[in-house]
Write a protein that binds this ligand. Sequence first.
Ligand code: HEM
Length: 278
Amino acid sequence: MAEPYDPVREGAETAFEHAMSYGDYLALDAILSAQQPLSAAHDEMLFIIQHQTSELWMKLMLHELSAARAAIASDRLAPAFKMLARVARIMEQLNSAWDVLRTMTPSDYTRFRAALGQSSGFQSWQYRLVEYAAGNRNPAMLKPHAHRTEIVALLEAELARPSLYDEALRAAHRGGLPVPGDVTERDVRQPWQFNTGVESAWRIVYADPEAHWALYDLAEKLVDFEDYFRRWRFNHVTTVERVIGLKRGTGGTGGVPYLRRMLEVELFPELWRLRTTL
Ligand code: HEM
């Protein structure tokens, strides 16, 4: 009988007493011991892993978004496009992940929902960082983090920076578009307000893409981002309705009505509005 195949004969390394292994490098002991269901319900593991993997992807998204924003701020648009394309793929990943969670029925979820207490994705500070970085800056969303001063500090620091949209508009201004001065000089902590001057500036780009190709590309990358983000919100609210109907959320909001309201949030309203009049 032939001997079982042994990759060691080809040189596969197996001695790790004094060398860094795969698990060491990836801190797998920490990651794989972080799933601690609070009930005996079978589906709680799915629920935990779905949230944890979403948080990991959000971490990467923040890494890419802040680098893309810095690149835009220094007029290095080509690397920014590459990073924004990656952000869109990450969102695609998050969007597909709902298919896994949808296999959990309302009966499955009720078996462990009480164990969650008042915890909810509403308290995801990375999600708020993504929103703040993109430009959806509602300071009321700081409140659930009041008990964690270091997280409030992170969120406040993000509010103090120009958002991705602010930087895109400053780049457009430097590129010769008539972006109003009160926009490029605005107090970036304030939530974005729709601005007709900004809509007119973007319209110039869309009326003649060849003449403004880099800004056209930038605008479409922003629309891509918002498109994927909307799909994430829509998938979330649909999954939530499928699983809890119209029950209130564990985080205390009205649940589905709250999430439907969030569907109306617009990140880059001028880029959507100009399409009607093009
Ligand atoms: C069956 C699964 C889920 C249910 C029933 C659910 C339910 C809810 C509800 C009712 C809210 C509104 C706030 C509240 O009162 O709790 C909410 C918010 C939120 N959830 Fe989920 N959720 C689920 C899965 C997920 C997953 C997998 C994520 C991924 C991280 C997530 C992230 C969020 C975020 C970020 C918010 C805040 C949204 C905003 O403020 O715009 N949720 N969720």
